[in-house]
Design a protein around this ligand. Structure first.
Ligand SMILES: [Zn+2]
Length: 336
């Protein structure tokens, strides 16, 4: 056992400390949500900031309820470059936000299941997803930016994206590729104008419609047609009829502002507001996606920014009294 052996031992020790030792340390930091105070300031962490739930309808010609594929793509580019990352609507409702530290969660939603949202086209005898439909644009974006965590919820009507022969294939593709399907009733009535039995029929009818193709699929949320909630608010959460049941964690309004953070006193998952995705030239109320993105650039302290740890809610000290302790559940509150 000479000097050479001693040198080898030293080298082995040094290598194990610098590799295995380092990753253990990082794992420990992420376990305790241990961003240092300086980092929290630098990243402007604020888990009481507002979160946008974006609302899309048609992807086609530009219009009040429509976005071109190019403009939809540029919305995604803008969101990505401004530090937004997708989350599932159900994770927003239940405050399971695992967005990377310093980034802002955003939820994408599509109403009415028009063919423009999901279309197959023939290419040399093969059926491919139209690169100009919403799913085509999103799948391409996902390939280029895996860290965007692409996901969206489709609030469907009986049309189910048209193309009868592809309905099951489309619904399966969505759930197999990280997207969600939500309830938008059968006949699109304003639920505030119908009796309870009709409201229940409209909602369970939609559940059955989807389960006809995906037998065990449970929709977790609904988009209220015309933003109108049923006279009986209990129907928003759960119901059953003829053996068809539902239990929703969220329901969505039509407009026109970002949602409060899930632990904010004013957060109500059954009445979540949305921000409409439309061209600024058509945004007469100045409350669409571009207006709100601009607002958050000018008022960065109003924007939700994650601490990277879904088990900890981190908020600036001066805002702490806005936290609803009942909504924290098992999560820890950290102020700085
Ligand atoms: Zn609708």
């Amino acid at each position: 056992m000479g000097a050479l052996a001693a040198v080898i031992i030293v080298i082995v020790l040094a290598v194990s400390l610098s590799s295995g030792g380092g990753s253990d340390f990082q794992a420990a930091v992420s376990r305790v949500g241990g961003l240092k105070e300086g980092e929290l300031h630098r990243l402007k962490v604020n888990e009481l900031g507002a979160i946008m739930v974006l609302e899309y309808h048609v992807i086609g010609e530009e219009g009040r309820w429509s976005r071109t594929p190019e403009n939809f793509r540029s919305d995604l580019d803008l969101l990505y470059n401004e530090g937004y990352r997708c989350i599932r609507l159900s994770d927003l409702a239940s405050n399971h936000i695992g967005t990377e530290a310093g980034y802002t969660p955003v939820a994408l939603t599509f109403d009415d299941s028009s063919p423009s949202q999901f279309r197959y086209i023939d290419q040399d005898g093969q059926q491919i997803i139209d690169p100009r439909c919403a799913v085509g644009v999103m799948e391409q974006f996902k390939k280029e930016h895996p860290d965007f965590n692409m996901t969206a919820t489709f609030y469907v009507l009986p049309a189910l994206f048209g193309q009868e022969e592809f309905i099951e294939k489309k619904l399966r593709f969505l759930v197999d590729n990280g997207y969600d399907i939500g309830n938008h009733t059968v006949n699109h009535p304003s639920l505030g104008n119908v009796d309870d039995a009709t409201a229940l029929e409209e909602i369970t009818g939609n559940v059955s419609l989807v389960q006809k193709y995906l037998p065990n699929y449970q929709e977790l949320s609904m988009a209220l047609p015309n933003g109108s909630e049923p006279k009986n608010p209990a129907l928003l959460t759960e119901g059953s009829q003829d053996g068809v049941q539902y239990h929703f964690v969220a329901s969505l309004l039509v407009g026109a502002n970002p949602a409060p953070a899930p632990c904010d006193r004013s957060f109500d998952p059954m009445r979540l507001p949305r921000v409409q995705a439309l061209d600024p030239s058509l945004d007469s109320g100045n409350c669409g996606i571009c207006a709100w993105l601009q607002y958050f650039m000018e008022n960065p302290e109003r924007r939700y920014r994650s601490d990277g740890d879904p088990g900890v809610v981190t908020v600036p000290k001066h805002m702490a009294d806005r936290v609803d302790m009942n909504k924290l559940g098992d999560m820890k509150l950290r102020t700085y």
